[in-house]
Design a protein. Structure first.
Length: 409
């Protein structure tokens, strides 16, 4: 320590040198605390990384029949059954390294052939299968290999180009996006009166050519009820409840607030939104194509498709991060972003490394996750029924057999 004091005395004189000398003179007060802090964070990273690396994953492909008569409400039930916010007790969290499980629901177009996938841990494989079978007994579920591994490990390369983006919300997540209820898919009606927003995505994915692939991913993890507090606070502000309470405490009278029709609709929508289970969500897509068939318009097409869930007075999606670069070292920076978005997609990473953080759960990559409830998720991801289809969606003519009898209920 005397060496450091002599070094600082050589380069720093006056008040600065005095402060530094005082700081190092009392090293026995701050150094143990600093070392303990570093050791603790290192340990947390180690135990969580160990637990994370030993999770066994599986990929399930869901093959749908020619027609499904159910509304997206069935998929909402599936999402509700997967809601889990357990973080473990102190021993599990900081000795075993336990982390909350997450799922990835995906739609992929491989040369125009559309497939539905779910990536889950093998521990929850039976749960996922049983819940899907319970709502969609007509489908077939098959365990498959990771379809993204069919392409070279290094992307982009001399043969393939890459484009991708991650989405965020236009407003706070207590505001809902347009859901299947707003599209009329929750009510029995004539088919021509219904519009399934999924049909636009499936039609576009089915239009891709040989040599083109588009991967669409929704990564979810159960969220606690903290996000609902923002919605409750918003409703209180719009209704003026706080003003009424303050006025009543002072013995004063105040007129009830007058709500415009639009404000009333917003309050009702927010109330319905926060009344359901929420999931921390990350949404991204990756477009990979051979150089000879690559189409730059795919990016704008995907942005347009995602805008159908937007509502001017409520919420919607916006591109929060993409592989586009406007200025300075464009090729180098763009290649860096392209490699990383492919890596994050393949690892289904959003809440933990390499995208998130074990030590600081609130720190994420370029786009922090937002909360969607089960109704919103079911709107974006459900199995197509009579009002949605794709010319090249791989369907099955009939079920080959009943679900396995030993699936848990």
């Amino acid at each position: 320590m005397k060496f450091f004091l002599d070094l600082f005395a050589l380069f720093f004189k006056g008040p600065v040198g005095d402060v530094l000398a005082l700081f190092f003179n009392f090293w026995f007060l701050w150094l143990p605390a600093a070392l303990a802090f570093i050791a603790w964070e290192t340990w947390v990273i180690y135990v969580h990384s160990y637990y994370y690396s030993h999770i066994a994953w599986t990929y399930l492909e869901i093959k749908v029949p020619g027609e499904i008569a159910k509304s997206p409400r069935a998929m909402e039930t599936v999402f509700n059954s997967l809601h889990n916010t357990r973080t473990g007790n102190l021993i599990e969290a900081f000795w075993d390294g336990f982390i909350t499980i997450w799922y990835s629901f995906e739609i992929a177009s491989i040369g125009g052939e559309v497939h539905f996938y779910v990536r889950t841990s093998k521990f929850f494989k039976n749960l996922v299968e049983s819940q899907i079978y319970s709502q969609y007994p007509e489908v077939e579920i098959e365990e498959v290999d990771d379809y993204t591994k069919r392409l070279p490990k290094e992307l982009p390369n001399k043969d393939y180009l890459v484009w991708g983006a991650e989405f965020g919300l236009t407003k706070d997540d207590c505001y809902p996006i347009k859901t299947y209820v707003d599209f009329g898919l929750d009510k029995p009606a004539e088919e021509e009166e219904k519009t399934d927003p999924l049909s636009n995505l499936l039609e576009f994915l089915g239009s891709l050519r040989d040599g083109e692939q588009l991967w669409f991913q929704i990564v979810i993890q159960g969220a606690t009820d903290d996000w609902k507090k923002k919605g409750e606070k918003l409703i209180e502000q719009m209704l003026g409840r706080k003003k009424f309470q303050l006025a009543a405490e002072r013995g004063e009278r105040s007129a009830p607030p007058l709500l415009a029709p639009g404000e009333k609709d917003v309050i009702e929508a927010v109330e319905r939104n926060i009344s359901k289970l929420g999931f921390k969500t990350g949404i991204r897509f990756v477009y990979v194509a051979r150089r000879d068939v690559y189409t730059a318009s795919t990016f704008s097409s995907m942005l347009g498709i995602m805008k159908q869930f937007n509502s001017l007075n409520l919420n919607g999606f916006k591109p929060a991060y993409s592989t586009s670069i406007d200025y300075f070292f464009i090729k180098t920076r763009q290649a860096f972003r392209q490699r990383h978005i492919v890596e994050h997609f393949r690892k289904r990473s959003y809440f933990y490394p390499p995208y998130g953080s074990f030590v600081h759960p609130a720190k994420y990559g370029d786009v922090p996750p937002f909360v969607l409830n089960s109704e919103e998720l079911a709107t974006i991801y459900h199995f197509p029924g009579r009002t949605a289809g794709a010319p090249r969606l791989e369907r099955i003519e009939a079920r080959k057999g009943a679900p396995p009898a030993n699936l848990p209920i």
